[in-house]
Ligand binder design. Sequence first.
Ligand SMILES: C[S@@+](CC[C@H](N)C(=O)[O-])C[C@H]1O[C@@H](n2cnc3c(N)ncnc32)[C@H](O)[C@@H]1O
Length: 229
Amino acid sequence: MQLSNRLGTLTKYVPQGSRVIDVGTDHAYVPIYLMKNNITISCMATDINKGPLIKAKQNITKYHIPNIKLKQTSGLQGITEEDGNVIMISGMGGYLIIDILKAAMSVVKAANRLILQPQQDIDEVRKFLHANHFKIITEDFAKDDNKYYTILVVEKGEEVYSKTYEYVYGKCLIEKKLPLFKEWLIKKQDKLEEIKKHLNENQGVQAEERVKELEAEITEIREVIACLN
Ligand SMILES: C[S@@+](CC[C@H](N)C(=O)[O-])C[C@H]1O[C@@H](n2cnc3c(N)ncnc32)[C@H](O)[C@@H]1O
């Protein structure tokens, strides 16, 4: 089975022989892939909705991987540390990921690793992790259908970033200097420049304020791009 670049990148960070809890599994492609390739010794796939779990069950049957446990639950409710030692939460908003982690801190703290892929508000997730005694051991970046995704690999530990932009863009990603990450930054910079140009052409008092914010954002993004050269 062929995973998308995003899902494939998530699986790269699952340690051999681990036991994964995939929260919000939807199709269960990740647990199926992990079990089929003997990367994990067990998988628990959860989802809040019944529909995805029906789909997950069909895929588990289709790929002949019967030993994936399925559970309908919100986040990590009803999950214990016996269910796994690696927690994966992908394809959800950053604030939802934070809420899921907050609501089950004892299970989260017992895990060896968290693999998180927030769709938005990634800076808030990074800040939450640091404030709750986790460190980001690495980050990765993936692209599917012209969309870009950030993957955070997290373990227990103490860490603080000194610069705001390290929370916004990811200190590990900046240090890794990935060409794909640079591609995304340049596209983002071009998009911000375009919005600024449009606002300048339709100048009003409110637009003036927004133009200033955009200029600050563009300056910051330029600094980050310069770090990658
Ligand atoms: C966009 S899909 C992502 C699926 C998969 N994790 C991925 O990365 O491709 C989000 C899934 O999370 C489930 N979900 C949303 N809120 C949830 C919650 N609080 N607890 C568990 N699952 C949730 C949805 O039902 C949906 O199946």
